[in-house]
Every structure is written in structure tokens, then in C-alpha cells.
Design a protein around this ligand. Structure first.
Ligand code: HAM
Length: 429
């Protein structure tokens, strides 16, 4: 027997019923983000590997072990995008958007790829939508971006999520903190897990989000990063908090929140749904003031976030906030006999061109069998074309809900249907 070929580990198919939910989700997200003044950008699925090495940071888990990287035929190193911020920044520089307006607001939506260990809420191909506000330095921009995530989730009916906030300072204050971390933790290095012992010299901030109890205990001996913020970073962070207080949005200060990407400076945040289990971050983001310059552009600040769409859908499902969606046809046209197939085909085509969602019955089957299929599909109406009726240029319209039916002139069909249901699609001219 031939081995079955299945979807690769950590990936999945979106089948037609589920695709309805995705279509609704994507169009809702697009509508909200457009209404907040963000323009959609679609960058390639793959980029030069160097973009992520430079952008995300050589010593991050993503770059060290999670990227899908390969050499193309020209022996260039190519990587499937693990996230959207570095590609957006690359496009921002390449298209010289800094010369167009002082602040650029972009959003994206699409698949990302990370070779992580799959588990509930964690996939190897997953989907994100994200926003990037590039060019704005003030704490107002940070607060606006956090509020956008908060308000978007609220509009979807998610009102009990937690915002976790921290500041990782600028390169200078972060360096002071790293030095303090390293010297305190080196003294207790044998209490750390093997991975953290390696991280100690290479990227000590990563130790803060290690889940091992002994590492957490060791880290708790180091004062919080807030104690190391320089006056400017401290002022900026307090500004963000004051703006959130002003609009009465609740948040939790999380001194250990550092995020898994190295481009962040100052504000970092995540929005959490505790009911999601281990992978409970619905979205994450923050400020990245050095990224545009690190990618070869001018020194322009930026702030943004990205949200996992799978986790958002699971959350909406858990809380009963997904709308009822139906892929059912609106009506079935049923020819009674093969000789009426062409007539039924013509009627179905003219109704489809009026924007109705129409299925065509199978004329070789009995009326009973065809009505059964129509019922199963969830269609609201059927149009039955029988031999005798058609001789008189008439058809029968049946309302499936109550079983009532009415014989009408075929010429009146479109008018009759339009008086019963509204077309779902556009008219074909
Ligand atoms: P991130 O925290 O790596 O940030 O990802 C953002 C969100 O994507 C996560 O909170 C989670 O919902 C979802 N996500 C990440 N990895 C997976 C996975 N393997 N399976 C399912 N969902 C996942 C970024 O990607 C940054 N680019 C966000 C950003 C934008 N920062 C500034 N601007």
C-alpha cells in the first residue's frame, strides 16, 4: 500500500466550512484597521535570510533554531518569514516611505512560519495580522497602538483580556541592566538550566522568560529593569501609562516581560487570554526605535503589534463570540427529468447573474431525492421544473421552511424570488 501523504506537522488545512469563519475574521480585521487609518501592505512570503538575522537578532530562538531557511537556485539564502515587522520595515525603506509622510501606518495579514514544537495554539505555519506605526516617537503612539489592539478585541466581544506591559529601555539602559543580570546570575550559574547557562553571556535578557523554576528563582534576585531605566526612558514609559490611565484601560506591569525578538526598545506589551493554556498570548508588540536604522534606513522610530489569528479564533469560539455563518445556497433549481437540464441550467444562470447563490439539481434523480439534497444543503427555496408545467411555461417555487409552494409563470420567476430573498452577491451586467 502507498503511504498516505498528510499535511506537514504543525500545519493544517482550512476546509470550506471553516474558511467561512476565516473570511469573516479577515474582513472584520481589515475593516477595523482601515478605519483606524492603517493601509494594507502585502510583502513576500520569503525574504533574504539576512533581514531576519539583522532585524530579529542573531541570538533569538527564532533566528537560532526556528526559521525555515534554504538556498535558492542562485545559492542565495532565503527564509520563509517568521514574522511581519522586519519585512514591513524592509519595504518601508525600499520604497522610501520616510520621504512621503512623517508617520506611516501599515497593516498586514497572512501566514508566518516558525519551526517550533507544535502544541495547542502553536503551529509551524500560523497566521498573524499586525500593525506598524513608523515615524512616531511620542508615548501617544505606543498608547494608540495598545488601544487599537484592545479596542479591536473589544469590538469582537472580548472584554476580559489582560494587557501586560513593561519597558525594556533603550540600548544604554538595557546594557546596564544586562551587566547587572549577568553579574548576579553568574554567581548562581549552577542553579540555572543548561540553556540559560549558555544564554548568560549571549543574551541574558532571555533568562527572564525562562519557565524553569530554578531560573525563575535566580532571576527574582535581580532588581526589575525599571530600576535601570534612564530618565528619558522612564519618562516615556510613565507617559504611556498615564495615557492608558486617562482612558481607563487597565493593564498589569510585568517587569519580566522582554519578548522573544531583539528589536524592541522601551515599551513592550502582550495581551493575554488565560483560558488559552500555555500559549496564552493573543498578541504581542512594542516599540522598535533602532530597527529601521539596523535594516539600512534612516534613524526613524517605530511601534506595532501582531496578533495570532488562530489564537484569536479559539478565544472567540471559547467565549461564544463567533457569528453563525452559513455556506448554504439560497436556492436549488430542480429539473424533473434529464430533458429539462438545459432549461434548469439557463434559469439557474440567470438567477446567479442576479446575484443569488444557486445550486443546480440532478435531473436524472427523482423529485424526492433532489428535495432531500436541497433540504440537506440548507437552501431556503427550491424552483421545481416539471415536464407539464414547463409545457405551460410555468415553474413551482417551494419555500423549504414551511413546505408551502406556488406555481408561477417562468417569466415572473426572478421577480418572485427577489420578493422572497435578497441576493447575496453582485449583479452580473
Ligand atoms: P510575536 O510575539 O512573536 O511577535 O508574535 C505575535 C503573536 O503571533 C503571538 O502573540 C501569537 O498570538 C502569534 N504566534 C506567534 N507564534 C505562533 C505560533 N507558532 N503559532 C501560533 N501563533 C503564534 C511578533 O511576531 C512581532 N512581529 C510583533 C510586533 C509587531 N512587534 C512590533 N510590531
Amino acid at each position: 500500500m502507498i503511504n498516505l501523504i498528510t499535511a506537514p506537522r504543525g500545519t493544517y488545512d482550512i476546509m470550506p466550512d471553516r474558511a467561512l469563519v476565516w473570511q469573516w475574521m479577515e474582513s472584520t480585521i481589515r475593516q477595523v484597521l482601515l478605519s483606524y487609518g492603517y493601509g494594507e501592505i502585502r510583502t513576500p512570503i520569503f525574504e533574504h535570510t539576512e533581514l531576519f538575522q539583522r532585524g530579529i537578532g542573531e541570538t533569538t530562538d527564532i533566528v537560532e533554531k526556528e526559521m525555515y531557511t534554504f538556498a535558492d537556485q542562485g545559492k542565495r539564502s532565503i527564509t520563509l518569514r517568521p514574522e511581519g515587522t522586519a519585512p514591513v520595515v524592509r519595504a518601508y525603506i525600499e520604497h522610501k516611505l520616510y520621504g512621503v509622510a512623517p508617520v506611516t501606518k501599515l497593516f498586514y495579514l497572512g501566514p508566518m512560519f516558525r519551526q517550533e514544537r507544535p502544541q495547542a495554539g502553536r503551529f509551524r505555519q500560523f497566521h498573524q495580522f499586525g500593525v506598524e506605526m513608523i515615524g512616531a516617537e511620542s508615548p501617544v503612539a505606543d498608547a494608540e497602538v495598545i488601544l487599537l489592539a484592545h479596542d479591536l478585541y473589544h469590538q469582537l466581544g472580548l472584554t476580559d483580556l489582560e494587557i501586560h506591559l513593561n519597558s525594556v529601555g533603550c540600548a544604554q539602559c538595557r546594557q546596564a541592566y544586562k551587566t547587572a543580570l549577568t553579574s548576579t546570575l553568574k554567581a548562581v550559574a549552577d542553579e540555572l538550566c543548561t540553556t540559560c547557562r549558555l544564554r548568560l553571556d549571549r543574551n541574558p535578557l532571555r533568562l527572564l522568560d525562562c519557565k524553569s523554576p530554578s531560573c525563575q528563582a535566580a532571576v527574582s534576585k535581580v532588581p526589575p529593569i525599571q530600576d535601570y531605566l534612564c530618565p528619558d526612558c522612564d519618562h516615556h514609559f510613565k507617559g504611556v501609562l498615564a495615557l492608558l490611565d486617562q482612558v481607563k484601560v487597565k493593564y498589569k506591569l510585568s517587569p519580566k516581560l522582554v519578548r522573544g525578538l531583539d528589536y524592541y526598545s522601551r515599551t513592550v506589551f502582550e495581551i493575554i487570554n488565560h483560558d488559552l493554556g500555555a500559549q496564552n498570548a493573543l498578541c504581542g508588540g512594542g516599540r522598535y526605535d533602532g530597527l529601521v536604522e539596523a535594516c539600512g534606513g534612516p534613524a526613524v522610530p517605530g511601534v506595532g503589534f501582531a496578533s495570532g489569528i488562530e489564537r484569536l479564533l479559539t478565544t472567540l469560539e471559547q467565549k461564544g463570540k463567533l457569528p453563525e455563518l452559513s455556506g448554504a445556497p439560497q436556492l436549488f433549481v430542480l429539473p424533473l427529468g434529464e430533458q429539462l437540464t438545459a432549461v434548469a441550467f439557463e434559469l439557474a444562470t440567470s438567477l446567479r447573474r442576479q446575484g443569488f447563490f444557486v445550486e443546480l439539481g440532478n435531473g436524472t434523480k427523482s423529485l424526492k431525492a433532489q428535495l432531500k439534497s436541497a433540504h440537506k444543503s440548507g437552501a431556503a427555496l427550491t424552483v421545481i421544473i416539471g415536464e407539464d408545467e414547463w409545457q405551460a411555461q410555468q415553474v413551482t417555487v417551494k419555500i423549504m421552511g414551511d413546505g408551502s409552494q406556488k406555481r408561477i409563470a417562468a417569466a415572473e420567476l426572478q421577480k418572485e424570488i427577489a420578493s422572497l430573498i435578497s441576493p447575496l452577491g453582485k449583479k452580473y451586467q
